[in-house]
Write a protein that binds this ligand. Structure first.
Ligand SMILES: [Cu+2]
Length: 271
């Protein structure tokens, strides 16, 4: 009973009580941390949901009404009517209009997501069976990001979502993500940012996000990619500019793609 009540309450208050990772008994979206996701959530809550509810209620009403009004005991002689032009025109036209009303704002959001603003930082995400590899092409950084097993988790680290090397990005900066895969199809998805793109071998897809809140955000591979598909999470840590600069000088030593000279190393270490 408590669970049922909880589901009912979370349905009603779904958007208010969520954070940047999935919650027990969650219904609805995770909290938005970018304008893109806010657009998606408002499209869903203000347009799609009312339309869906109205249609469901209307169809249910029609079914109940027909069952009662035209039941066999009241209608011993059934009607032989087969066509009604007015009704047929209406039930074709009205759904078309509903679809057009939904399509216009939907395309607006899609085009907005497709147009990448001036980029502050580019990262590359590569899907492998079964982990993600990340590159910061402008910073000579490359590393791999593996899921932490359940028995090795520390306190407050979510199961199946925590990785050893998180992707680190600065807050309020436009981050362009180049997405590809090395073996099979994967998909790089981060619900709080409203981002989801297929990772296709031999092809580079791109998307972008601008995270507005400092914090840790979790996503998962969203294309069925094999036996360990569920165990290649995406963890993004959004930090302040200072913290990012600090992480960057550390990462340039730890995850250097091309070997760095001793001088460069000393310079980075002294920061
Ligand atoms: Cu995958």
């Amino acid at each position: 009973m408590k669970k049922i009540l909880f589901i009912l309450l979370t349905t009603i208050y779904a958007t208010g009580s969520l954070a940047d990772q999935p919650k027990q008994w969650q219904l609805g979206f995770q909290d938005a941390a970018s304008q893109s996701m806010r657009d998606i959530v408002s499209f869903h809550n203000n347009l799609l949901l009312p339309v869906i509810i109205a249609i469901s209620v209307f169809v249910l009403f029609l079914m109940i009404y027909t069952c009662i009004r035209f039941r066999a005991s009241k209608n011993p002689v059934p009607s032989k009517t087969t066509h009604n032009v007015a009704v047929e025109v209406l039930w074709t036209l009205i759904p078309c209009l509903i679809l057009i009303v939904m399509a216009v704002p939907s395309f607006q959001i899609l085009y907005k997501q497709d147009t990448i603003p001036k980029v502050d930082l580019t990262i590359k995400a590569v899907g492998y069976q079964w982990y993600w590899g990340y590159e910061y092409p402008d910073e000579n950084i490359i590393f791999e990001s593996y899921m932490i097993k359940e028995e090795e988790l520390k306190e407050n680290q979510p199961r199946l979502l925590t990785v050893d090397n998180e992707l680190v990005v600065p807050v309020n900066k436009v981050v362009k993500v180049l997405i590809t895969a090395n073996d099979v199809l994967h998909a790089w998805a981060l619900p709080s940012f409203g981002v989801k793109r297929d990772a296709v071998p031999g092809r580079i897809n791109e998307t972008w996000f601008k995270a507005e809140k400092v914090g840790t955000y979790y996503g998962q591979c969203s294309e069925l990619c094999g036996i360990q598909h569920a165990f290649m999470p995406i963890t993004v840590r959004v930090v302040t500019d200072e913290e990012y600069a600090e992480w960057l000088s550390e990462a340039k030593m730890k995850f250097a793609n091309e070997p760095i000279t001793e001088n460069e190393y000393k310079k980075l270490a002294s920061k």
